[in-house]
Design a protein around this ligand. Structure first.
Ligand code: SF4
Length: 77
């Protein structure tokens, strides 16, 4: 199964928890708002997250206080 991820940036409060938990998947912009950066995804949610990063991804989701990391088993766009 593939997992695609995208941050709902309207709900992101720039806490940085996802970047701490999964720095290979999430990065923060100058304002601290998170994006999915894995393999150049640019928060589009169209790049399947690598199998070996699934645990990190789950940790990030669990650590997000606003639950704004969206997941899908199909590309978002
Ligand atoms: S953990 Fe959630 S609220 Fe915090 S920076 Fe990441 S996406 Fe934004």
């Amino acid at each position: 199964m593939f997992t695609f991820a995208s941050v709902n940036q309207e709900e992101c409060i720039a806490c940085g928890a996802c970047n701490s938990a999964a720095p290979d998947i999430f990065d923060l912009d100058d304002s601290g708002i998170a994006s999915v950066i894995f393999a150049g995804d640019n928060n589009r949610g169209v790049t399947a997250i690598a199998e070996e990063l699934q645990e990190e991804l789950q940790d990030a989701i669990d650590s997000c206080p606003t639950q704004c990391i969206q997941l899908s088993d199909a590309p978002f766009a």
